[in-house]
Design a protein around this ligand. Structure first.
Ligand code: EPZ
Length: 424
């Protein structure tokens, strides 16, 4: 039975909230520990289901994992058996594709890996990943359920890889693999998200020389004997952005601490130019926004970083339903991420879906509690925002989606005065 959130909305959110470590940085960094036999310490891990799933996959293959404090582990990958890669977890978690690069680097082959599952927000093919390894000389076998990659002859010449789109995990997979090759390679059309840069920081601590991470051209000079390292996972700008948009949509006075303000330039710019009063202290990593005021968003268009993050699109849509005028939501990245708007409309939002990538939202609209279903982790968190803004009781099916990406989401919101609890 899936978990549900029960929310009694209409209460302002007041108080401090501390942003946790980035899930999308923690996942590739944990996978990359497979590159070394030495101990690694990974700190500031978010306690979210996807991180626990990645740790379970590693443990089942033979990783020795010890928790050294509430958010930190020590991991040692001396004896790893890739045949123990858990197909059940891989099927459920998209991010398991991040094991491809490190396992290929370590064993030269990955046999009968399940296609990664994950959110219902789009097809999300893995061709960009597989094409990169074919460029490296790999042989790929695929059938309906599994794929295998063989790369026994270790590449020995420098290459320039041109990805077919700014794919985050494909960039990360290739960066991890190239970190084990003791010569220079270059990745073009690389994704530049902050979690790609945080992964590169970790790979450099293992001994790789990486230039340009966080831009669209990355040079990697790896090392055949990578060492252990300690790394503190960067704070999660998507979580920080979710709380910022929540504070505006629901009202109150929320102070967001450990916020990576510089990763939210365009989000903050958009809110300020739309009429919101945002207080952003990059040095102190604090974000606050003064709710109220006449905000007109007009258009939200998602793009690869440093463009507007697609993972904040759903929360922006909720804000659009509470602010003035007609807002165009343009989501060119995923073909099914706008599906969530049908659930938002059940709470009273005025939505007009034009096609799989564009919708209008007319605001402000009074939201009233209803029973809704979340489709993925970002629509789950956005429906929580809507339920907190709505008058009356809201039940959200699929609370487990939110738990994939937001640590103790309901518990931390209750501390801000939200009337929210998990019900089975
Ligand atoms: C990563 O997924 C994230 N997951 C996703 O976050 C995030 O939505 C996505 O990047 C985009 O930022 C992890 O990091 C574990 P992609 P990934 O290959 O790598 C299209 C979350 O909520 N696209 O970057 O699988 C592409 O076709 C999850 O934490 C373009 O159209 O995604 C695909 O449909 C969900 N043009 C989608 O975007 C481009 O130039 C994501 O692609 C690049 C991508």
């Amino acid at each position: 039975m899936s978990a549900r959130f029960l929310i009694e909305g209409g209460k302002p959110l007041v108080g401090l909230i501390h942003v946790r470590g980035s899930k999308n940085a923690a996942l590739p960094i944990l996978a990359a520990t497979l590159l070394t036999n030495e101990h690694c310490r990974i700190k500031n891990l978010p306690l979210v289901n996807d991180v626990h799933a990645m740790l379970k996959i590693l443990h089942d293959m033979g990783s020795k994992i010890a928790w050294i404090d509430k958010h930190s582990i020590e991991i040692e990958n001396q004896d790893i058996d890739p045949r123990k890669l858990s197909r059940d977890i891989v099927k459920k978690m998209r991010a398991s594709i991040l094991l491809l690069g490190p396992l290929l680097a370590r064993f030269g082959r990955v046999e009968k890996m399940r296609y990664p599952g994950g959110c219902s927000i789009g097809a999300r093919p893995i061709d960009v990943h597989l094409d990169a390894f074919v460029d490296l000389g790999a042989r790929v076998l695929r059938d309906k359920h599994f794929f295998s990659v063989f790369l026994e002859d270790c590449p020995s010449v420098s290459r320039t890889f041109v990805l077919s789109e700014f794919s985050v995990t494909a960039t990360e997979n290739l960066m991890i693999f190239l970190s084990a090759l003791p010569f220079q390679n270059e990745i073009r059309i690389a994704a530049s998200e902050p979690h790609v840069a945080d992964l590169a920081k970790f790979l450099k601590k293992l001994g790789a020389i990486i230039e340009g991470a966080g831009t669209s051209t990355v040079q990697v000079k790896g090392c055949s004997k990578l060492k252990g390292a300690t790394h503190i996972v960067a704070p999660d700008y998507i979580e920080a952005g979710t709380f910022l948009l929540m504070s505006l949509a629901v009202g109150g006075d929320m102070e967001i601490k450990n916020a990576p303000v510089s990763h939210l330039d365009l989000v903050i710019k958009k809110l300020v130019s739309s009429g919101a009063e945002v207080f952003a202290d990059e040095k102190k990593q604090v974000l606050r926004v003064k709710s109220g005021g006449r905000i007109r968003l007009e258009r939200i268009q998602t793009m690869p970083y440093p463009g507007m993050p697609t993972d904040l699109q759903s929360a922006f849509a909720v804000l659009a339903s509470q602010t003035f005028g007609k807002t165009l939501i343009h989501e060119p990245m995923y073909e099914r991420r706008l599906e969530f708007l049908k659930e938002l409309a059940r709470l009273g939002a005025r939505v007009e879906i034009l096609d799989p990538h564009r919708a209008y939202i007319y605001g402000p609209a009074r939201l009233y509690g209803a029973e809704v279903s979340s489709l993925d982790l970002r629509s789950a968190s956005a429906l929580v925002v809507a339920g907190l803004a709505a008058k009356g009781a809201t039940i959200i099916h699929g609370a487990e989606h939110a738990q994939r990406g937001y640590e103790d989401f309901d518990g931390r919101l209750r501390k801000l005065g939200a009337n929210i609890k998990k019900i089975s």
